[in-house]
Write a protein that binds this ligand. Sequence first.
Ligand SMILES: [Zn+2]
Length: 148
Amino acid sequence: MKNPFAKASLKQLEELTQAKTFQTDKDIKILEKMDQLSETCDHCQNYLIAFEKTLDKISDEEGEKQTEAINAYHSLVKKITSHLTKKHKIVKKGYYLSLYMPLGTSLGVVFGLLLFDNLALGIPIGVGLGLAIGSLLDEDAKKKGLTI
Ligand SMILES: [Zn+2]
């Protein structure tokens, strides 16, 4: 980690893991990406600062207030994840599969009815296509180091 906010956040996350407050393995991966991207992306830099502040709050508070801080933290992580996906094409593992499977299934239904007049034939074709495209894109994202 290069960014001072990333360094401080990593330390906080490690402490939270030791205290078993919540699972942080995925968050550390997100933090690593933000650390790299903060050099060129202002949004990531700002998110990184907010990330560290929110973690600070979790360590400072107790009881109900701490639960509130943890909730705020998790919603911030969601916002960051969506920024990483939209702006930097960084996705969660299995993201494309979860995107293309339902798409394939609904296309299968449509084409099954339109082309073959047979729903039972269209659905497996659509599911197969969704599976193939989704897995391919997931594999590609993994190769390019674009997964969290
Ligand atoms: Zn960014």
